[in-house]
Design a protein around this ligand. Sequence first.
Ligand code: HEC
Length: 120
Amino acid sequence: MRRLLPVLAALAAAPAGAEEGAAVFEARCASCHSVAAGAPSGAGPSLAGLIGREVAGDPGYDYSPVLREARQRGDVWDRARLVRFLRDTEEMYPGLWMGGAGLRGEGEIEAVAAYLAQSR
Ligand code: HEC
C-alpha cells in the first residue's frame, strides 16, 4: 500500500478536464440540473454560475430547510466546498433533498468540479 499511495496521489492530482466533466455531468446531473444561464430550474436548482454563488442561490427554486439554513449562515460555493459536497452530500448537508451525487471516484468528482467552475 505504501508504494501505491504516491501513484494514487499522482493520479488524483492529474488535471481532470472540463470536457470529461461535461460528459459526466450529462450522464449524472443533467436530468435534474441545468447550467445554462437563465434556464429554469428542473427537479433540481439551476447550477449556472455556481462557483462564487451562495448556497441555495437559485431564486426560482424552493430549497430544503438545510440548504436555506446554509445560505443564511453565509455558505458560498467555491471549488473546495463543491468537491467535498460531491464526495458526501449528506455529510455536508444532512437532510438534503438530493441524495448522493452518484459519482464514481475522485476523477469524476474533480472533472465535474472543473466543468462547473468554467460554466458561468
Ligand atoms: C435526481 C435529481 C438530481 C440529480 C441526478 C442531481 N441533483 Fe443536485 N440537487 C437536486 C436537488 C433536488 C437539489 C436541491 C436539494 C435541497 O434543496 O435540499 C440539488 C442541489 C444541488 C446543489 C446545491 C445547489 C445550490 O443552489 O446551492 C449542487 C451543487 C448540486 N445539486 C450538484 C449536483 C451535481 C454536480 C450532480 C451530478 C453529479 C447532481 N447535483 C445530481 C437534485 C439532483
